[in-house]
Ligand binder design. Sequence first.
Ligand code: GAR
Length: 210
Amino acid sequence: MLNIAVLVSGGGTNLQAIIDSIADGRIKDTKIGIVISNKKDAYALSRAKEAGIRAVCISKKDHKSRQDYDKAMIETIKEAEVDLIVLAGFLIVLSEDFVREFGGRIINIHPSLIPSFCGDGYYGLKVHEKVIERGVKVTGATVHFVDKGTDTGPIIMQKAVEVKNDDCPESLQRRVMEEAEWIILPKTIDAIAHGRVIMKDGRAYISDEV
Ligand code: GAR
């Protein structure tokens, strides 16, 4: 059984996609041990509680320093004895200490086709604003392992989504979620739970063989 921690900051639709996928069997042999939000009022916390999942808020504001905050995060996650940390709309850049501690066991969902529209300053709706501004015709989402850079870790799964002429950032964000994020994040977790994500020469592959 893969025990996962899901880290969130906002609405938690990706968290909901994970909860629903575990419930209907698209993700097997997996449980969510803990949900951690950096924001007290994140709706994601309500979604977790509704599903009977342990949900806590660890806010940067409640800690004297970034180091103290990281320490609290690391301790809580260690206590929860999770195998995998899933960043599902978690909008705090992880510290090097955190990444070192859980190296190779953290994945993130990003709302574009990395390496486009990613890195510092590219998060949430901002990504879709930039996509529309640039006039690209195809965007999408990416699930990747987290390393010490921002959105630079090995790519595990991607899915393309068409940009329509009349899209606004909000409509595009919704379509990227529906057609890509809520599909590839559960698929990746299920693949990891079944040992189907393989690293070779610094790149990640999904194997069809179990
Ligand atoms: C999602 O679109 C996710 O890809 C994005 O934040 C949104 C969270 O929505 N993450 C990033 O931009 C990370 N760089 P949710 O709370 O409804 O899942």
